[in-house]
Design a protein around this ligand. Structure first.
Ligand code: CXF
Ligand code: ZN
Length: 367
């Protein structure tokens, strides 16, 4: 069938709205009519070719929509079901079977290769196939053939125009707190970067009972927003060494948990240096392959600190997304405050506002 998609053609280039042919369903796919799709920093990283998905490509990996048709082998959803779309995983490897699909042995192939496992593409422009199945979805399009393992069924009546970011950015920030850190009540946490992932971590840290919530960002407007979301302290690295500021806030000790969401090596170093004895720093901010950071290792030894690389909040989307919806519906996890809606046709505005900090989580809506 014909679909309208926003095509990424070159690094930094504006999106091109094109009519493309969406293929027939593979047995493990279902066709989703998109209602909304979040914009994640990873989309921009891939457009700019920090990750190797070949261009031209249809990106987008925080889709939410309605199932129109299911492939032969699909069992978990039916036409008419509402779904949130998340990352893909094989379901067969040791890590998937251990409940850690974020560390699937086929993660890069399934989410970034731009092809189905059999090498075919779901999208064609009449001359050539385009990269598709990005995170099992490629949801910058009116319709997508989605891998069943990317799909989370959600209750009818829920507002799909809000739920897409639960599939990646919100899941990542909240999951890092709930699944990776598991902070005891009364803990201290510093969140470096208060975009959608960092803001979601701040919300989750409050649910988990953290007492000291420090937001670190270079944008004053973001720090103000972090306070409104419940941060107890804010740190502006332009106003002085953030490590020193965090030590001051914590009575000289440092924080038990630090989450690095920016992908900047220097910020990861600061996050590590901000830790208390036996603290944990989590890295969720994506950076280009080959990026390196150095750490102090002499005195660090006596601190016994831990570095955890965290993919997609250590979450199983089909378990965690419904839990986040439950918290949200009880008023305890207001992630909708992060969202700014844009019509799909304004996708370039959404990316611009995300890059310059004017929007925390743009969500494209399909009218
Ligand atoms: C990504 C970051 C790069 C590895 C896979 C997960 N996060 C999603 O945007
Ligand atoms: Zn993402």
């Amino acid at each position: 069938m014909k679909v309208t998609a926003a095509v990424s053609t070159a690094p930094q280039a504006p999106f091109e709205m094109r009519e493309l042919e969406l293929s027939a369903l593979a047995p493990d796919e279902l066709r989703v009519r998109l209602v909304a799709t979040g914009v994640c920093h990873t989309d921009a990283l891939v457009r700019d070719q920090a990750y190797p998905t070949p261009l031209p490509a249809v990106l987008g990996h925080e889709g939410a929509g309605v199932v129109e048709e299911t492939g032969r082998d699909v069992r978990s959803v039916r036409p008419g079901d509402q779904v949130v779309l998340s990352f893909d995983s094989c379901g067969q490897c040791d890590h998937c079977r251990s409940g850690a699909p974020g560390y699937c042995r086929s993660l890069l192939a399934l989410n970034f290769s731009g092809r189905r496992p059999d090498g075919s593409s779901t999208l064609h422009d009449g001359r050539e196939p385009l990269s598709s199945r990005f995170f099992g979805q490629s949801s910058f399009a009116t319709h997508a053939n989605v891998a069943e393992r990317s799909v989370v069924k959600v209750d009818p009546g829920l507002p799909l125009e809000l739920l897409g970011p639960l599939g990646c950015g919100v899941l990542t920030g909240a999951g890092a707190v709930f699944h990776t850190f598991r902070p005891p009540a009364g803990s201290s946490i510093a969140v470096f970067g208060t975009g959608a992932v960092g803001a979601s971590a701040l919300l989750a840290a409050q649910v988990a009972g953290c007492a000291t919530l420090i937001a670190v960002d270079v944008l004053g407007s973001r720090l103000e927003f972090a306070r409104a979301l419940g941060a107890t302290h804010t740190v502006d690295p332009n106003a002085g060494d953030p490590v020193e500021q965090i030590r001051e806030i914590t009575g000289g000790r440092g924080v038990a948990y630090a989450l690095e969401t920016t992908g900047l090596p220097a910020v990861l170093r600061q996050a590590a240096d901000s830790l208390d004895i036996r603290g944990t720093v989590g890295l969720v901010g994506a950076a280009a392959p080959g990026t390196e950071t150095s750490f102090e290792t002499g005195l660090s030894l006596t601190k016994g600190w831990t570095l955890r690389m965290i993919i997609e909040g250590d979450a199983v989307p089909q378990v965690f997304v419904p839990r986040l919806i439950e918290l949200w519906s009880r008023g305890r996890f207001p992630f909708d405050r992060l969202i700014t809606p844009y019509p799909f046709a304004k996708i370039d505005d959404a990316f611009r506002d995300s890059a310059n900090g004017d929007a925390v989580k743009p969500v494209l809506t399909f009218g």
